[in-house]
Write a new protein. Structure first.
Length: 408
């Protein structure tokens, strides 16, 4: 299947427009990384605590921020998470402590700070929050209280009741109870009376907690950088052996160009770079390299068939001959990752955004960066060879110009 036949677009004639486009976005991204938003690293790379919280009603972010500040947690990153109707908030706390105990303390501080901003009833003093009580804690409470008077045979029964409460809360009520009374008919009446006396529902629930120590974050950051550099170096060596060194250099520069622009976009948009984003960047490096190899392979074939034509014409013909294949593969892949970005949910948002940007820039760089660099190098080498020939011809007979000898 072909979308285009016998196209004759002068891509190399537009190289200065391509260069201007690449410079604008590259410089903007680099300036953002250096002076504005810097590189917005995720918690995996800088260390800290992420707390995913769901509220019964639409949360007031300003009030949450004030409560956290009052609790000593200054400048946390608070943002909506997921769909608006889910009433979920992500609290990002950057911690510099190195021990897991200190990180756990920070997590508990976040939970305690959120309680005053939630829907806490006025008579909640001295009672436990049922929404943020796990199965083990609830089982311990029931064993100590023993509302069913089971005695020594209580452990298995109360374990089942605690599990039943958590399953009802998570599966039937989306993880949050608006009232303890919702458990009527779910647990025995005696247990229900005990829960009404000693528990309340705060109006929020901590859905998930992610904790990464700063030392682990530093190691992951180093490994992510080295993985990217190793992949580029490996591809350079591969193309060096398959084609020539300049082909490998052109392809690697194009991939580096794609990486800089993608990371720059994340910096400009102030989107966090997580481990999944690094995986997407490595994916787009491979994707961009594959597109570049297809173009280079066609150039190599045409160099044998069209020996008398200028290299610029051969490169233009090669790009035009592979244009249909490039549009089909890149277009279909782009539609897939765009759907993933629009409908894949918040967890995959960073990964899919990196792929959306990367596929567009990677396809562009194969045509507008790698190929013109190959032509520019060959033209430079031809001019250099011509200059050496002129200098040889102009040298006095019987004498050797030392400069010419070095160049030759």
């Amino acid at each position: 299947m072909e979308l285009f036949r016998n196209t004759n677009i002068d891509f190399l004639g537009k190289k200065w427009y391509f260069l201007a486009f690449s410079l604008i976005f590259s410089v903007a991204g680099i300036c953002s990384m250096l002076f504005w938003h810097h590189i917005p690293l995720g918690v995996e790379f800088r260390g800290g605590t992420l707390v995913y919280v769901k509220f019964a009603q639409a949360p007031n972010l300003d009030r949450i921020r004030k409560e956290l500040d009052r609790a000593g947690l200054h400048d946390p990153r608070i943002q909506r998470f997921g769909a608006a109707y889910d009433n979920e908030v992500l609290v990002d706390l950057g911690l510099q402590e190195t021990s897991e105990a200190a990180l756990d303390k920070g997590k508990n501080t976040i939970i305690q700070a959120l309680e005053p901003s939630a829907l806490e009833p006025p008579n909640a003093s001295g009672r436990q929050d049922l929404n943020n009580t796990g199965t083990a804690s609830l089982e311990t409470y029931l064993l100590n209280k023993d509302p069913l008077h089971l005695g020594t045979d209580a452990e298995q029964r109360y374990t089942a009741i605690a599990t039943q409460v958590e399953d009802f809360r998570n599966k039937q009520r989306g993880g949050i109870l608006s009232s303890v009374d919702e458990l009527k008919g779910v647990v025995p009446p005696e247990v229900m009376n005990a829960l009404q006396q000693d528990f309340y529902t705060s109006g929020f629930v901590v859905r998930n907690v992610e904790i990464v120590g700063p030392q682990v974050g530093s190691q992951l950051r180093h490994q992510a950088i080295m993985a990217t550099l190793y992949s580029l170096a490996g591809m350079l060596v591969y193309l060096w052996f398959r084609f020539e060194l300049i082909y490998g250099v052109g392809a690697v520069v194009a991939c580096f160009h794609d990486t800089i622009i993608t990371v720059g976009f994340f910096s400009l948009l102030d989107k966090e770079i997580s481990l999944t984003v690094i995986a997407a960047i490595l994916t787009l490096i491979g994707y961009s390299m594959n597109d570049t190899i297809v173009v280079f392979d066609r150039i190599r074939e045409n160099l044998k068939l069209l020996r008398r034509e200028p290299l610029a014409n051969i490169v233009n013909k090669s790009i035009n001959q592979t244009l249909s294949r490039t549009i089909l593969t890149s277009g279909l892949t782009f539609l897939t990752v765009l759907s993933l970005y629009l409908f894949g949910g918040e967890v995959l948002r960073g990964f899919s955004l990196a792929l959306v940007i990367g596929i567009l820039i990677g396809t562009y760089s194969s045509i507008a960066v790698a190929a013109p660099m190959l032509v520019a190098y060959q033209d430079w080498r031809a001019r250099r060879a011509g200059q050496v020939a002129v200098e040889r011809m102009s040298a006095p007979r019987g004498k050797t110009n030392e400069k010419v000898k070095v160049k030759a």
